[in-house]
Design a protein around this ligand. Structure first.
Ligand SMILES: NC(=O)c1ccc[n+]([C@@H]2O[C@H](COP(=O)([O-])OP(=O)(O)OC[C@H]3O[C@@H](n4cnc5c(N)ncnc54)[C@H](OP(=O)(O)O)[C@@H]3O)[C@@H](O)[C@H]2O)c1
Length: 348
């Protein structure tokens, strides 16, 4: 299928979010027209930063209220768009029927538009590596695009903490299948790693969650990794993820159903992330912070084993580098910018 034309119109779901905000920003920088989809276009605490972008005053950026729980919510917004970057979360990942239903809401609006020819679906590295049995990471330690979590494991259930990764895999397939059926558009998946880097609006510091963890470090107390117990951070700068989305919309080399992992392949334990702050920004006078381990005792007893399993994983990003020509910022640069623009609470 054709990529989107240079300077075409792109709808971005989840535009008020950490990554979505950067996708909007970079699309505008590159000359596109953007329809930013948010749940409430009048909630200036969340969308004020979008309205402050120069494209808003000139009309190249417009804001649209849409709740993807409502069927038809994107029908009018997608008409006339050539691209959709679907970054928004859903209301819950615990109910797969609901997740499928809201995918269908977006898909139906894409089909009805008759103008959209490419959708980038934002998934996650969870859809690559979130295992119910850690030994699966020993058996298949290479983390690359064609790897999926062991879907045959009976413990792979939403009520056992796997809803997010299950919902993401479901969404990837729902979009690729629908695109193939339509024959008019294609769906390409982006699986970002742990996003760090500058926030564009104060409210974004509370989510993420990685930028939130860095804020808690600056405030004096931070937590051991709960998502993927004792896993190092598998990071990517949020600005690189935004760029990857745009390259996926523009590329002539991608095919329907393909997925691209967006991460730098750099890994750093949470303790070392915290220690990096003083190393990178001594002028902050950061005295360090207390590490809390909220994991259950039974998991804490396996700390060394879990660290060894994660340490044995091999992170790959060849596909995105080779096909899209991506290069990723080092983690030090992201931390420097995130803490250095500082405050986290004061936006850009
Ligand atoms: N951050 C990471 O490290 C990371 C890593 C891997 C994958 N991802 C994926 O990347 C995407 C963006 O993540 P993010 O960190 O930017 O998240 P975020 O800051 O929490 O933003 C997500 C956005 O989703 C929107 N949303 C939630 N429920 C919605 C609904 N029912 N209808 C419409 N919009 C809804 C929210 O919109 P409003 O603000 O307008 O209410 C919010 O701005 C997500 O799909 C996430 O799974 C993120």
């Amino acid at each position: 299928m054709a990529p989107i034309p240079q300077g075409g119109t792109v709808a971005v779901t989840g535009s008020a979010g950490f990554i979505g905000g950067w996708v909007v920003h970079q699309l505008l920088e590159e000359g596109y027209r953007v329809r930013a989809c948010v749940r409430d276009a009048n909630d200036d605490d969340k969308v004020g930063f979008l309205k402050a972008m120069p494209g808003y005053a000139s009309g190249r950026l417009s804001l649209h209220s849409a709740d993807l729980d409502q069927a038809g919510c994107f029908d009018e917004i997608f008409k006339g768009c050539q691209g959709v970057a679907h970054l928004s979360h859903v209301s819950t990942y615990d109910d797969m029927e609901y997740v499928k239903r809201v995918c269908d809401h977006v898909i139906n609006s894409v089909n009805q538009s008759e103008t959209v020819n490419r959708v980038v679906v934002t998934s996650s590295i969870a859809a690559v590596m979130s295992e119910s049995d850690m030994q699966e990471l020993v058996r298949r330690p290479v983390l690359y695009e064609d790897r999926y979590p062991d879907e045959q494991n009976p413990k792979r259930q939403a009520n056992r903490g796997q809803g997010y990764s299950m919902g993401k895999v479901l969404a990837e397939r729902a979009f690729a299948d629908a695109a193939e059926q339509s024959g008019r558009w294609d769906a390409i998946t982006c699986c970002p790693g742990d996003n760090v880097g500058p926030i564009l609006s104060a409210h974004q510091k509370n989510f993420g969650p990685w930028q939130h963890h860095i804020e808690t470090m600056l405030l004096g107390q931070y937590s051991q990794n709960v998502i993927g117990a004792y896993r190092a951070w598998f990071t990517v700068d949020v600005r690189d993820v935004a760029e990857a989305h745009i390259r996926m919309l523009e590329s002539v080399n991608v095919r329907n159903g393909e997925r691209y992992i967006a991460w730098s392949t750099e890994t750093r334990n949470v303790e070392d992330v915290c220690a990096s702050i003083d190393r990178l920004l001594p002028e902050l006078g950061f005295a360090g912070a207390e590490l809390i381990d909220p994991l259950p005792e039974s998991v804490q007893a396996k700390e060394a084993q879990f660290r060894a399993i994660w340490g044995g994983c091999e992170l790959r990003n060849d596909r995105i580098c080779d096909t899209l020509g991506m290069a990723f910022r080092p983690l030090d640069v992201s931390i420097q910018r995130l803490c250095g623009n500082a405050h986290l609470g004061r936006g850009r």
